[in-house]
Write a protein that binds this ligand. Sequence first.
Ligand code: PMP
Ligand code: GLN
Length: 423
Amino acid sequence: VDEKYKGLESNIWIELNTLNDDLGNCVNLGQGFPDYQPALHIVEHLAAVCKPDPELYAFHQYARAFGHPRLAKALATLYTRLVGVQIDWASEVLVTGGAYGALFYTIMSNIGKGDEVIIVEPYFDCYEPMVLLAGGTPVYIPLKPDENSGDSTSSAQWKLDMKELSSLFNAKTKAIILNTPNNPLGKVFSREELTDIARLCMKHDVLVISDEVYEWIVYGEEEHIRIASLPGMWERTVTIGSAGKTFSLTGWKLGWAYGPASLMRNLQIAHQNCTYMCQTPEQEAVGAALENELELLGKPTSYFHQMRKELTLKREQLSKAISDAGMTPILPQGGYFILAKWTSLKKKIGKELESQGEKLKAWPYEDMKFAIWLAKNKQLLGIPPSAFYSLPHKHLGGDYIRFNFFKRKETLEKADNILRALK
Ligand code: PMP
Ligand code: GLN
């Protein structure tokens, strides 16, 4: 491979989706997507604008480069309300090819050689290669279970050491990448935590790249706080969202970034020379769906409310199955993944795990061995969290496996049966 790609050859989604395809019979709790129909009214809207009708020709042609107005306007209205800043739909919102696209533009257009970027671990895996490709240097800080509470079974107990974080900021620090609710841990950063981080960013004049793709998926009394809404933070934050996660249609690959025009201009330039614009019919359907949600915000009839309610039950179902299997779940405050500590099974299956070793030269971590063993021998697919840690910290993921619980009841029951039989 080209010099610039050396060290980036391996990608967990490619590895495990290929394994899944090869095996062909796994219950798939791996990559994060639901295994059933998304919100029906969006699919209907897409079908309505795509039906063969000469009057609808424009929906099959290029849209405005930075976002189809119906969608960009709906996003600006929504976030104006949620962030508390008047957002201009034309210059402060950019529609992209998924949240991946938004992350790529933000990182490519703001990070350069010699810039340091602080990344909170565990992190969504693409942050690291994007920062490296931009010429930047990632600097990592792991969330750790709070020693005072002695409890690591809720994502709320996993915290940043603020002294350690503070020590990472220096004259080279250009940005920090945050992800709340976090994938894979499910941590939802509290207002206090975000305020502390914001203070450091203002003090050191640092950009915040805030990945909030799971913004609508928080449980119980949890509240999703947008760091851009904290005093002084709008000016220095690019926030990233995903239609795939917002309306459960990950295959549509539509996302967005929003922030002050001064920061968004760089992203627009990256975008206008890369993909130029995104799918028109999808933007129309997501725009209409957001208009609908805007009217229903906070009401039980809203899709966001229904999704949360549905996922609350699924979170319970899977965490119970994990506990019943003798493993320990970390109950997530948000998102749709659970980390399960699987090491209680080590005594029983330790020898079998070792035999998974020979094919794993590129990925010699305990959790990868376990994930492969589980897929091959028990037909259950999960994701090894070492993928969400930097090289020196990969062992921190070794005791866990990540399961996605956005699955129909029958899929979770099948997983439940496999898990129980492990005990
Ligand atoms: N960020 C996080 C935290 C994710 O989990 C994902 C996966 N959906 C993405 C970004 C990428 O989202 P998209 O599928 O919209 O590109
Ligand atoms: N965000 C999803 C996950 O974490 C999908 C990742 C991907 O497709 N690369 O599972």
